[in-house]
Design a protein. Structure first.
Ligand code: FMN
Length: 231
């Protein structure tokens, strides 16, 4: 695992949050293991969340019927994506592992992180029709979700009020990460840290620190290979 590169894409407004502590633990443990770690602190960066024509410098191809996918593909090929996107794409290109650290908002990532996904994982750079899922562009990279909830674990079980967490995470883990080819590691879920005593929060962080010792050696989750489908 020595000299692996890790990118932490982090979305929380407060340095006093549990998410911040989880991000700091990852930074500390992985750096101590010899990894080079970069952090994209999205709120601190005031990262733009909306996918718009302003993401392209200069003239767009079809301003009357602007298609974000096609236009950003062209802009990426011509080096005309804005600097904030290009910089995140650079970090991503260099990374062996990407950790998304966030509080769950409405069963998914906060809007600012979804904006990072919308704007950084552009057509051509992150996927094409031919290169996706098991043949995806990032198939030599790993990615994982690390997040906090407000809900207790039992609420996200198959019979719980929220339903199965695996189903909840399918759009993120399969529809975004695996779609771009990433080998997706099991999520790190911190259940309701704001509703447990500080001792229990310490235990959660400790188990995260322990897991990180072998993180890059973990087997990824299994998804259906692309060649099982005709399309
Ligand atoms: N918690 C859930 O378990 N499921 C949700 O869908 C969910 N949606 C939320 C949406 C918003 C806009 C906000 C503000 C909170 C939501 N929560 C939800 C609770 C947060 O996930 C929880 O407060 C956070 O994970 C606690 O982490 P922190 O102490 O680092 O802020």
């Amino acid at each position: 695992m020595v000299s692996e590169k890790v990118l932490i894409v982090y979305a929380h407004q407060s340095s006093g949050s549990f998410n911040s502590a989880a991000k700091d633990a990852a930074l500390e443990v992985l750096t101590a293991k010899g990894c080079t770690v970069e952090v994209s602190d999205l709120y601190a960066m005031k990262f733009k969340a909306t996918a718009t024509a302003e993401d392209i410098t200069g003239k767009v191809k079809n301003a009357d019927h602007f298609c974000y996918g096609e236009e950003t593909k062209l802009a990426w090929e011509e080096g005309k994506l804005t600097a904030d996107i290009t910089e995140e794409q650079r970090k991503l290109t260099e990374a062996d592992l990407v950790i998304f650290q966030f509080p769950m908002y409405w069963f998914t990532v906060p809007a600012i992180m979804k904006g990072w996904m919308d704007r950084v994982l552009t057509l051509g750079f992150a996927f094409t029709h031919e290169k996706r899922y098991s043949q995806g562009i990032f198939k030599d990279k790993k990615a994982m979700l690390s997040f906090t909830t407000g809900s207790q674990e039992s609420m996200f079980s198959a019979n719980g009020i929220n339903g199965d967490m695996n189903v909840t995470l399918w759009p993120l883990q399969n529809g975004i990460l695996h779609y771009c080819g990433f080998q997706v590691l099991a999520p790190q879920i911190f259940w309701a840290p704001s509703h447990v005593p500080s001792e229990a929060r310490g235990t959660m962080l400790e188990s995260w620190r322990t897991r990180m010792q072998g993180l890059l050696g973990e087997n990824p989750l299994a998804f259906t290979p692309l060649d099982c489908f005709d399309g």
